[in-house]
Design a binder for this molecule. Structure first.
Ligand code: HEC
Ligand code: HEC
Length: 339
């Protein structure tokens, strides 16, 4: 009996997804990376062919200068960095609020289907925190998901979104973290199930699913729309919870912010695109701003679970113009159905 209902359920999910309004099939959702990998291999072959031809022709191939060279970076501004930490919601994971733990000293247990992560200490303590780190090591962790020793971080640390952050924002954020009270507190080792405990597995995962790169503003859109897009997809990492993940735990652009029936804790996370039925199409602009500022929804109920932490540690501290920018961006999203 149970088996029959499971088969019927799976079939319904498959059928609904295959004909989804988002115009992407179920299998393509889970296996889009196969196409992606093929495209990247072809690109690699083309590039090596080009290099080979260039060497034969005896021309020196110089690599293009990076847009932001290290020497351009202005010194970090800790006050500005404190606000960036609010945009990024670092406190939600790195401060053990439930046990009144010291600010940013880690220790929080993050449960996931793959095991439990114990969030590390990011205070400037030299032994147990990140006190000995250079700004470059910090930027590498945030944008490339790699530790100073070169090992990979699990994407439970949302560097998959932080990679979009501007260099100056990260420099300021590091300057702020340097001013936090150092706390000696060693984080416990993660308790992951085999094979997820193997960090080397993260190399191939990142190659397939992790898109590095700073947010590129869209010149056709307004400055405030671009600010909103930057905050949502970068520091505020809304998609880490509001976007469904495929079999491999990766989020895809086709379902961005369209909610998921099964979030990290197994519970659904709502759709925040303007879809009239599945999303928040019925909310006005001031409804969205007010909910992010105060946690109160248009029906008078308060937002709970992990969103309550996002509001408390992050969006309730944002400036009016950032709240407006985020709302403008959310309202402009395609109306996506929840997968
Ligand atoms: C969703 C939870 C979450 C949020 C939000 C978060 N982190 Fe983390 N962070 C983690 C986890 C989990 C790890 C450990 C990853 C691992 O061990 O692979 C980590 C690791 C780190 C590390 C590496 C520390 C070390 O000792 O190697 C740094 C630096 C860091 N986070 C900084 C930040 C900053 C700055 C912010 C805010 C902009 C932030 N994190 C927000 C979960 C989070
Ligand atoms: C740590 C996970 C997490 C992050 C990050 C997160 N959210 Fe949420 N969000 C949730 C959950 C869970 C709910 C449902 C809360 C509830 O049921 O009370 C929610 C609810 C909402 C709602 C109400 C939707 C509705 O239909 O009730 C809005 C709007 C929202 N989030 C916007 C955002 C925005 C904008 C961001 C980024 C700035 C964001 N969220 C980041 C987990 C998250």
């Amino acid at each position: 009996m149970a088996t029959t209902s499971r088969i019927v359920r799976s079939w319904t999910i498959l059928r609904n997804c295959r004909r989804s309004e988002n115009g992407i099939g179920y299998w393509r959702w889970h296996f889009a990376w196969v196409y992606d990998t093929m495209a990247r291999m072809i690109h690699l072959i083309q590039r090596s062919a080009f290099l080979f031809a260039a060497i034969l022709a005896g021309t020196a191939v110089s690599s293009p200068a990076t847009s932001q060279s290290k020497s351009e970076t202005v010194a970090g501004d800790a006050k500005r960095g404190a606000y960036i930490a609010r945009l990024g919601g670092c406190k939600s994971c790195h401060t053990d609020t439930k046990n009144r733990g010291p600010d940013l000293a880690g220790g929080v247990a993050l449960k996931s289907p793959f095991g439990t992560f114990y969030v590390p200490n990011i205070t400037p303590d030299k032994e147990t925190g990140i006190g000995g780190w250079s700004t470059e090591s910090f930027i590498q962790a945030m944008t490339d998901g790699r530790a100073p020793d070169g090992s990979h971080y699990f994407p439970s640390f949302p560097y998959t979104s932080y990679t979009r952050m501007k260099r100056q924002d990260l420099v300021d954020l590091k300057a702020y973290l340097d001013t936090v009270k150092p706390v000696k507190q060693q984080a416990r080792d993660h308790e992951m199930q085999f094979p997820y405990n193997l960090r080397v597995m993260l190399g191939p995962w990142k190659w397939l699913f992790f898109q590095r790169g700073t947010y590129e503003p869209d010149p056709k859109k307004s400055a405030s729309w671009n600010r909103g897009a930057y905050i949502v997809t970068g520091p505020a990492h809304c998609g880490e919870c509001h976007t469904a993940r495929n079999f491999f735990g990766a989020t895809g652009a086709d379902f961005a912010l369209a909610g998921t029936r099964k979030g990290a804790d197994g519970k659904p996370v709502p759709n925040i695109t303007p879809h009239p039925k599945d999303g928040i199409g019925g909310w006005s602009e001031s409804d969205v701003e007010f909910a992010l500022k105060s946690g109160m929804m248009p029906d008078g109920d308060f937002l709970g679970s992990s969103m309550a932490e996002v509001i408390e540690n992050s969006s309730s501290h944002w400036t009016e113009s950032d709240l407006k920018a985020v709302t403008e961006y959310l309202r402009s999203l395609p109306k996506r159905k929840t997968p």
